[in-house]
Design a protein around this ligand. Sequence first.
Ligand SMILES: Cc1ncc(COP(=O)(O)O)c(C=O)c1O
Length: 437
Amino acid sequence: MGSTEEIYEISTKTQEVVDDYESYVGGGFAPYPVALTHTKGSKAWDVDGKEYIDFLSMYSVVNMGHGHPKILAAAVQAMTEGAVVNLPFHSPYYGKLAKKLHDLFGYDKFVAMTSGAEAADAAVKIARKWGYISKNIPEGKCHILTAAACYHGVTLSTVSLASKKSSAFGPFVPNVGSTAPSGKVVAFGVIDDLREALEVDGERIVAFIIEPIQGSAGIVAPPKGYLKEVAALCKGHNVLFIVDEVQCGLGRAGANLCHLRDGVRPDLVVLGKALAGGMYPLSGVLGDDHIMGLLDPFEIGSTMAANPVGCAAALAALDVLVDEDLSQRSNELGDLLRSNLKAANLPHITAFNGAGLFMSLVLEDKPPKVTPRRIVSLLAQRGVLASAAGLRRIRICPPLTISKEELLKGAEVVIGVMRDIEGCGELPAEVLVDVRH
Ligand SMILES: Cc1ncc(COP(=O)(O)O)c(C=O)c1O
């Protein structure tokens, strides 16, 4: 297998889907030319009926597996009841979900949004309000610090949080980002950078927001002990410590919330993606009363946020997370996958990063044949869905419900692809690049 004798081409049906997209869709995330129509558990099927093993979970959206029967049943029931949005009246689901999150994670309050970016934006707003009211920062001076290479979404406020911005969208939201007011750039995982920034600008900084493991940067875990030191520094400077768990949370990295691996308790926690089991858009922020209590009605929310279908799905998804011990599965299966791939002594892989089933394969810099996009393309050709991450990484994040057998079957495909990629001819979509970083 592998090499120039294999013919890799896009089917007519797939091409039709791609053509519609390219002709009529604006923006988007440069999808690979794979057109999926069905998913179930850890598998997906395309327009031609070809079967794939999902090693991506749609970017950590389906941690609980595609179409988990309990989550699906809960969502369908809420939909059948004739779900109303949660704006002008109460539905029983929102408060029930907020209580469940309180019981699970110990925060006083939860406020719901729909996308991860909206929730990150909400966290910024909440932190600013806290900064003006509780930290007594003069008007217009609140600064929100992030870590370089972070990703919190692509709305105007969340691209403003990023270190690399396209100048086509300026002016950006001021006083946010990975550069402190005095000019210090804070690298992810480098505690001395944060210390210096807080020593110089701590009076104006209201919050430090980080992903406990950076996702879109390439699934990059910080050095051991980093989060603990971050928490202590933030506390010492009266700065809110905010974690964005949109991608790494809810079992993905081997803990119900990723930061729990480090035994810290952030002030605000941003959730999204898998919160409603991938069944419905739902995100939100967790925090305690002394911060969340500062919010007045109509300050955070949206028409479709906390709609009953999403909340019902989330109630079931959280049950599945706990009842099926998915964080433990993530650790066990992550260890199994990592040891399997390591034992194969594969070419082009220089390191493994991440935690549990939140994993990246770090590649040697060897274009034009060995690139993340080509590897992902060949994986898809051979029936495994993964994605490029960062500049030189492959993201491997199967649903946490995947069976051992399926996981090892997928691992065999990864092993074959890494061995064959250098000898392979041109592949579909290999020229597209992941533009996030
Ligand atoms: C850590 C993190 N925060 C926020 C977001 C944005 O979420 P959404 O795409 O739902 O707006 C993402 C998306 O990948 C993410 O990984």
